[in-house]
Write a protein that binds this ligand. Sequence first.
Ligand code: MTE
Length: 332
Amino acid sequence: MNTKMEFSGRDIEAEVTPQSLYLNRRTWLKTAVTAGSVMATYGVYRAFNPIPKVVKAGRRLDGVEHAAVNEADLVAKGYLVEDDLTPRQDIVTYNNFYEFTTNKTAVAAMAEGFDTTGWSITVDGLVESPQTLSMDDLRQLAPLEERIYRMRCVEAWSMVIPWNGIPLAALLDVVRPMPIAKYVAFQTLYDPLRMPGQNTRVLDWPYVEGLRLDEAQNPLTLLAMGLYGEELPPQDGAPVRLVIPWKYGFKGIKSIVRITVTAEQPPTSWNRYSEYEYGFYANVNPEVPHPRWSQATEQRIGESGRRRTLMFNGYESHVAALYDGEDLSINF
Ligand code: MTE
């Protein structure tokens, strides 16, 4: 993954360039030609639509609730982190969403106007009641909650984001996984016309992710439909994305169209890209370095200096039991 940050005096940007950018010559040329035409089209578009300096406010979400009676209770459940919130402007202008571009500060402009009208999610696989749900159907399953979570990217930057969403468990309860079910697979929309990055080979498309069923059913695992009380902007994964606060950010798959319950561990995009660098579990763990950089500290966006990274991103008391008896350096 790309990141523009100094780490231990080293230039991470140089080190963290995706391997797929060192493709063989033929693939590279093909990619360059496709990317060139995408950029040319984008250039014409941008000439008439200058990059917005401030990202417009989104549509307000009605009826956001808290799943506890008071603040102490929310903190105890892990639903409220008391760190300062990352300003909305930073959350919506510094993004990873390779379907649009690998340039974090250009995602918002590239994704502007991405139309999610008529969106639906199909839930299938090993479930008693497979269904296709509209966004309205999804909203009916449970009240929208505010969850203020830390987000720690595998690239060693972090934010604190007030998400709005419903527990993924509420959806799983409705479709009823069969007793043989063990995993849940997720898939992002595949539409290269609307997602220009899918015309490049930076990743295999569509973006896919997966969780163990018990991780998916954990009350912290959220299907987010908004942030800061507004509908998710396209660059943050509109209209619905996953948030698993104890895992690295890349597990938080955006713009989900399909959820499939399975018996086998499903493939995941970054693991497929480099299995030695990006594990299936991807639990935040300061003691297991990425092969190319340490995970001991992080850069909180908007802060100077670095913070110590916390085990399971600070959610240890809520999730450590999920991994009892496992070697976290093997199941990384
Ligand atoms: N989902 C899709 N479909 N495509 C992506 O490129 N990037 C991931 C994750 N979800 C990504 C994705 C990564 S690497 C991170 S860190 C988070 O989204 C970033 O979420 P944010 O842009 O809302 O901060």
